[in-house]
Design a protein. Structure first.
Length: 233
């Protein structure tokens, strides 16, 4: 398995996590049992936002990225990914990275180091540039418009005041996740070329995470119907 598996892992982590990206409900529209049930067509569209969510302070952003770094499901998914990685390791990996408990620990640590570096890089830049790190769901309906919105949010997100802006934190996080491996990966994988490739994959991983957040309500409904555990409500 190549590192393209990180895209599926990111998606799985986002699906299994608690809905940390969910926007808070407006106080003027509390949930009530008296509210009518949604129509069948409305179940495929997100609830339109009623306003800009409260701004995150630096402390709030730190808590946000701490949750993202250690969100439910990350540890288990990292173990599954590491097991698959060791079953099909890069051909030129040395024995200590391919075999035994030591090899598993190294690859597991690589996954967690990359994941944490991505979130750390995003936090530093988001805090310094007043960027809101939270995903903002689309207000449109339909698979294609919502998917395009998730793609756009990889590159264009929001400032703390709710204005569109270049998603600098995503680029910084991808770079951090890609280059952190140069400190410990085997020779031949700790160079700039491989780091740029890992960074590009990390940036692509934001799309899978955005898609999981965008379609989280639908994913949860399907999971509940199929009795799949560990999917956040």
């Amino acid at each position: 398995m190549t590192r393209y598996g990180i895209l599926l892992v990111t998606f799985a982590c986002a699906v299994c996590a608690l809905p940390s990206h969910a926007q808070p409900q407006s106080a003027a529209q509390p949930q009530s049992a008296a509210q009518p049930q949604s129509s069948p067509t409305a179940t495929t569209a997100p609830v339109p936002k009623t306003g800009v969510p409260p701004q995150l302070t630096i402390k709030g952003k730190l808590r946000y990225f701490a949750r993202e770094s250690f969100r439910p499901g990350v540890w288990a998914v990292a173990g599954i990914y590491t097991g698959i990685e060791m079953a099909h390791p890069p051909k030129t990996y040395p024995p200590e990275w391919r075999q035994g408990v030591g090899g598993f620990a190294r690859n597991y640590g690589d996954f967690m180091a990359s994941w944490t570096a991505v979130q750390g890089g995003k936090f530093v830049v988001a805090a310094a540039t007043h960027e809101d790190p939270r995903y903002s769901p689309s207000t449109r309906s339909g698979l294609v418009p919502r998917s395009l919105h998730a793609l756009k949010f990889v590159f264009i997100d929001h400032s703390d005041s709710g204005r569109n802006r270049l998603a600098l934190s995503n680029f910084a996080g991808a770079a951090a996740g890609g280059f952190v491996g140069n400190a410990y990966l085997p020779d031949g994988y700790n160079d700039a070329s491989h780091a740029y490739t890992r960074s590009a994959l990390a940036l692509s991983g934001f799309l899978t995470s955005n898609l999981a957040d965008e379609f989280h309500p639908e994913i949860v409904r399907i999971a509940h119907k199929l009795h799949i555990p560990f999917v956040g409500k």
